[in-house]
Design a binder for this molecule. Structure first.
Ligand SMILES: *[C@@H]1O[C@H](CO)[C@@H](O)[C@H](O)[C@H]1NC(C)=O
Ligand SMILES: *[C@@H]1O[C@H](CO)[C@@H](O)[C@H](O)[C@H]1NC(C)=O
Ligand SMILES: *[C@@H]1O[C@H](CO)[C@@H](O)[C@H](O)[C@H]1NC(C)=O
Ligand SMILES: *[C@@H]1O[C@H](CO)[C@@H](O)[C@H](O)[C@H]1NC(C)=O
Ligand SMILES: *[C@@H]1O[C@H](CO)[C@@H](O)[C@H](O)[C@H]1NC(C)=O
Ligand SMILES: *[C@@H]1O[C@H](CO)[C@@H](O)[C@H](O)[C@H]1NC(C)=O
Ligand SMILES: *[C@@H]1O[C@H](CO)[C@@H](O)[C@H](O)[C@H]1NC(C)=O
Ligand SMILES: *[C@@H]1O[C@H](CO)[C@@H](O)[C@H](O)[C@H]1NC(C)=O
Length: 502
């Protein structure tokens, strides 16, 4: 009983913390798990429960009773589960509460030892073993999902009830009056013990396994040496009849100097989509914070030298390429290799609307010509505005982005070689090739890898469909769960079996 007490205290604390975490901040990401998606968790939870009862110990049952041989004291000891069969269960949202797991019509078989001793002289006694089958077991357990002050999701049992239908026992050894004793004294105690035990085991699966699993939820996910994503929950999850919504910060932050971005996510429209297993509303904020972090990290500054271009690229980085575009450059530095120092001057931004996702980047390119003695001389600076359409997709659990058509607009910003006339048409040709073969390739190298959505290990998104909305992309997806390499007999406290809530 001590254990239940502990659980209640724990639940109380969680409720306190969940109450605390109510910010008005819009989430960068809204995650929805529908009841269809929660069926996956059901399967995993039942597997875990099956494994867990195998090693569960049941407290001894003892008492005293009047029998044909006189008043006796009896005990049932070393009672253990042989099997638990759960033919049907449901795991659903419980509006305003959290989640409810219901099991019905389950069967259990137990074995153990019996012993009795007559209270008065002659103190006759006997002992043997027994097998017991209980059927018609039902259980309903509710769990509260919340978020703690560090933005981790939490789960804890809030209530549990169970009932046991018929109980049959077979005593090995002993006299026939033992069966009467069982019916009139012991059966009820067994039922009570079983009911408590089932609730206790299920509560432990939730309060230990699931809670531990959720505590590993990646509230901070390192992406590379520049960036991490803040996946903290910004408020407690919300439940209704058919789904639960989780509100996630979804902010890219500097890996070395994390700070809040100076802009916020749009507010997402309420939406009652629930046909798929999971939905992810990914606001532009997420990608725009990524743009900010990589911009500040200097990741978007790049020096381009001739050897970095593909060898067969039709516009080699050489003043000869500019012979017709900027005649003066060629006149001053004929047939000289060049160097471009490119940097992004504004953070890249994406803007999603129902017609698609537009990416814009703004930067400058300083051009240099290399002299015979190897040193570089600055020649002029171009301003570039790059725009592209992005296609968002999902691979495994990563969101990826792919640009198809990249457009570059150019202007002359500064010249160190005097007034220069530029053949804009020819320059645009060269830049279009550059955009297509160099910039797009670079962007896609990053975009095709993408970044991971906040799911625990072993979860894969399948059949994902992406629909652009106003300031966000909606990913509607089914979920596949592969418990990894763990074997099914894992019942160490820190099991590999995952309870997947988010
Ligand atoms: C992540 O976001 C949460 C919620 O806004 C915030 O409390 C927390 O400080 C952030 N973490 C970092 C490292 O900035
Ligand atoms: C669930 O809640 C949302 C928002 O609170 C609401 O718009 C939607 O209609 C609800 N769906 C159902 C099935 O109750
Ligand atoms: C990127 O280049 C710009 C312009 O040269 C410079 O101001 C900025 O400091 C650079 N960023 C980093 C992080 O090196
Ligand atoms: C350059 O060569 C590579 C492979 O050798 C090829 O994939 C690419 O299409 C070529 N590019 C041009 C512009 O010819
Ligand atoms: C630059 O172009 C000239 C003329 O085409 C050529 O002689 C020279 O080797 C080129 N330099 C480089 C580095 O490609
Ligand atoms: C290369 O030549 C230029 C102009 O003749 C000169 O200004 C520069 O100092 C020289 N650089 C080196 C490394 O000798
Ligand atoms: C590039 O964009 C900036 C800011 O949006 C604008 O001021 C500038 O005129 C644009 N330049 C070109 C060449 O389109
Ligand atoms: C998902 O994104 C992360 C971070 O960019 C990357 O390390 C990982 O390889 C990606 N996974 C896949 C399957 O592409």
């Amino acid at each position: 009983m001590k254990r239940f007490w502990k659980i209640n205290i724990f639940t109380g604390f969680l409720a306190l913390f969940s109450g605390l975490l109510t910010t008005n901040a819009n989430p960068g990401i809204r995650l929805r798990f529908t009841d269809k998606g929660l069926q996956l968790v059901d399967t995993v939870a039942i597997q875990l429960l099956n494994e867990k009862v195998k090693t569960a110990t049941i407290p001894d049952i003892s008492g005293d009773a009047d029998t044909p041989v006189g008043h006796i004291s009896y005990s049932l000891s070393s009672v253990h589960f042989n099997s638990l069969s759960i033919p049907s269960s449901t795991f659903k949202t419980n509006p305003g509460v959290g989640l409810t797991l219901q099991i019905s019509n389950a069967q259990v078989s137990l074995s153990g030892n019996w012993h009795y001793r007559k209270d008065h002289w002659p103190h006759i006694s006997d002992s043997g073993s027994f097998d017991l089958d209980a059927s018609g077991l039902a259980l309903s357990v509710s769990a509260k999902l919340g978020a703690d002050s560090t933005g981790h999701p939490t789960i804890a049992t809030s209530s549990c009830s169970s009932s046991v239908g018929d109980v049959n026992i077979h005593f090995h050894g002993g006299a026939s009056w033992l069966y009467n004793l069982f019916d009139s004294y012991v059966a009820g105690k067994i039922k009570d013990t079983l009911q408590d035990k089932l609730c206790q085991e299920v509560s432990e699966v939730i309060n230990n396994n699931a809670e531990k699993e959720l505590s590993t939820f990646p509230v901070k996910k390192q992406i590379d040496r520049y960036a991490l994503i803040n996946y903290s929950l910004v408020s407690s999850p919300v439940f209704n009849e058919s789904y639960l919504d989780v509100f996630i910060k979804g902010e890219f932050q500097s890996a070395t100097d994390p700070k809040e971005a100076p802009f916020s996510p749009v507010s997402l429209p309420t939406d009652s989509e629930s046909a798929k297993m999971a939905y992810v509303w990914l606001t532009d904020y997420v990608i725009n914070t990524a743009g900010l972090v990589y911009q500040d990290a200097g990741f978007l500054n790049e020096t381009v030298t001739p050897s970095m271009l593909p060898p067969n690229f039709s516009y080699p980085l050489n003043t000869s390429t500019f012979k017709l575009i900027i005649p003066k450059l060629y006149l001053m530095y004929p047939n000289r290799p060049m160097k471009l120092v490119a940097h992004s001057t504004l953070r890249p931004t994406v803007t999603t609307s129902s017609s698609g996702i537009a990416l814009t980047m703004t930067g400058r390119v300083e051009t240099y010509a290399q002299l015979e003695n190897g040193s570089f001389v600055y020649t002029f600076t171009m301003g570039l505005n790059i725009s592209a359409n992005v296609k968002v997709a999902v691979r495994q659990s990563n969101v990826t982005g792919h640009v198809d058509s990249v457009k570059v607009k150019v202007s002359l910003i500064k010249s160190a070689i005097g007034d220069i006339s530029i053949n804009m048409k020819l320059l645009q040709f060269a830049l279009d090739a550059f955009a297509d073969q160099i910039i797009a390739k670079q962007l896609n190298k990053i975009g095709d890898v993408g970044f991971p959505l906040p799911v625990v290990d072993g979860v894969q998104l399948v059949n994902a469909e992406v629909t652009p909305g106003k300031g966000f992309n909606l990913i509607a997806t089914d979920v596949k769960y592969s418990p990894g390499k763990s074997d099914a007999t894992d019942n160490r406290p820190r099991g590999r079996n995952k309870i997947v809530i988010v």
